[in-house]
Design a protein around this ligand. Structure first.
Ligand code: NAD
Length: 257
């Protein structure tokens, strides 16, 4: 299937590692020109170098999604580097784990800034150009916790639900302008985030294998599998997929719908 995004410009935040990086690579493989954004220059440089080695037109920018000005600056700089942004993948690191009763205002504030408002601000900055050109794809990365909360991830559960609501609302507002907005809900995917969440276990490899054994597939997911889903949702072929929250969890969630 030709996804029809050759030459489209994509901005992927949180793109130096894990799911974001895999999304950048999948979009690049389909011929999109990719701007990778993350907080650390070394990670960004490495991701850009790998993309260029694979023949992708790629640039990097530094962005902190929790900074109120970060997302809008990212769009401005991405457009200065590669031209109008057609595809946005809104992604950042997840909030730290913890129970609801243990989270204080500072923790809530950072999670809301990084994982809810950061996404909102990024979309708001890219959207007017997409609408005026009559084509745009917005993909947010959240979690299966949108459907079924995960114990011990209070800040994540709450902020992801906010993103899902915003996506569903916006999708209906912008569909007539050729813009789609969709939400990807990863289950257990083997990235640094998962390694960090399992880091308290004495044997990390055994902990990863045990986590995989809880999944109907018997394994954890590969970031590239999520990247391919993102690329499809960002494609021309997915023009009628709008407002969806798409789970990619190997069938782990028991929730219907
Ligand atoms: P990761 O920690 O491996 O990578 C996160 C990326 O975001 C890195 O490139 C990091 O540099 C960047 N980043 C972190 N904070 C940032 C910020 N404030 N501004 C800009 N960039 C920032 O994480 P991942 O596993 O790839 O997860 C991506 C998202 O998906 C996270 O929000 C995570 O919580 C969520 N998620 C992951 C899993 C999983 O199993 N891996 C499952 C469900 C949801």
């Amino acid at each position: 299937m030709d996804l029809g995004i050759e030459g489209r410009v994509a901005l992927v935040t949180g793109g130096s590692r894990g799911i974001g990086r895999a999304a950048a690579e999948a979009l690049g493989r389909e011929g999109a020109h990719v701007v990778v954004g993350a907080r650390g220059p070394e990670g960004v440089d490495a991701a850009v170098a790998a993309l260029r080695d694979a023949g992708v037109t790629a640039e990097g920018i530094i962005v902190d999604m929790s900074d109120p000005h970060g997302p809008a600056d990212a769009v401005t700089r991405a457009e200065a580097l590669l031209g109008p942004v057609d595809i946005v993948v809104a992604n950042a690191g997840g909030p730290p784990p913890g129970r609801f009763v243990d989270a204080d205002d500072a923790g809530w504030d950072l999670a809301v800034q990084q994982n809810l408002l950061g996404t909102v601000r990024l979309i708001r900055a890219a959207l007017p150009g997409m609408r005026s050109r009559g084509w745009g794809r917005i993909v947010t990365i959240t979690s299966t916790s949108v459907r079924e909360v995960i114990d011990g991830l209070a800040l994540s559960n709450a902020t992801r639900a906010g993103v899902a609501g915003a996506v569903r609302t916006l999708a209906r507002e912008v569909a007539a302008d050729g813009v789609t907005v969709n939400n990807v809900l990863p289950g257990p995917i083997l990235t640094d985030r998962m390694r960090q969440l399992l880091s308290s276990q004495p044997d990390l490899d055994a902990a990863i294998a045990a986590r995989g054994a809880q999944n109907p597939t018997g394994r954890v997911g590969d970031p590239a599998e999520v990247g391919d889903l993102v690329a499809f949702l960002a494609s021309d072929r997915a023009a009628f997929v709008n407002g969806a929250s798409v789970m990619i969890d190997g069938g782990e969630s028991r929730v219907v719908g």
